[in-house]
Design a protein. Structure first.
Length: 220
């Protein structure tokens, strides 16, 4: 199993250190840094280059959405997942829009958390089922338009849509499909226009909701 480097960001020291000890019991997981606030997390990501960041959704000094945006801006390959005590939908929407590909409640079982980390490292989306449902209800087109949208997408656009939930970059998509990066950009723009979605994260959620991918993991 491939080694996975994890950065933990949570201002609750007892929780953070306890989680670090649990994760370090896994032979393939290395906790490369522990941070007590969002600003520290942004800086430590640059220094330690983790594969996965697990961040408290209510992190201090730089809120989790802004921290996620800056982390993704400095290193697109880093996967960010929110850890939360809440199951509120608005926090989920903010996290996904900021670029997070995971949203996990803190009472998740250790085995499920480890599986989630492995999936995140591979570029897959990890959201608990009831929250995934809430997400797609908010971002997907109305049912009256669903058939029209599905029929309107070209075969190539559908191929690209299937890759978006894995957090794949335009360059990675281009390499996978043997097309140019600019062609991918054109197709992504077309997908967003046809589905009437705001961004790549919303398109990724739409792909999951339409059954084009099956990578959303049950964390409950």
């Amino acid at each position: 199993m491939n080694q996975v480097k994890v950065l933990l960001a949570d201002d609750k020291e007892i929780f953070r250190e306890g989680l670090a000890r649990l994760l370090e019991e896994q032979e393939h997981i290395e906790v490369v840094s522990q941070c007590s606030n969002g600003k520290q997390a942004i800086e430590k990501v640059k220094e330690t280059e983790p594969d996965v960041v697990l961040m408290d959704s209510n992190i201090s000094e730089c809120d989790s959405s802004k921290a996620t945006q800056q982390i993704k801006g400095s290193s697109a390959k880093v996967k960010v997942a929110m850890l939360t005590d809440s199951k509120g939908e608005e926090e989920l929407f903010s996290a996904i829009e900021a670029g997070a590909t995971g949203y996990l409640v803190k009472d998740v079982k250790v085995d499920d958390l480890v599986k989630s980390i492995d999936l995140l490292a591979k570029g897959e989306v990890v959201v608990s089922p009831h929250l995934a449902g809430a997400l797609v209800r908010k971002v997907a087109p109305t049912k009256a338009k669903e058939a029209e949208v599905k029929d309107d997408l070209t075969e190539r656009e559908t191929e690209i849509l299937k890759l978006l939930p894995r957090g794949t970059t335009n360059k990675q998509i281009a390499e996978t499909l043997f097309i140019t990066e600019n062609t991918v950009k054109v197709h992504v723009k077309s997908i967003l226009e046809k589905t009437r979605l705001r961004n790549r994260q919303h398109a990724a959620a739409f792909a999951v909701q339409k059954g084009l991918v099956t990578d959303v993991m049950d964390t409950e």
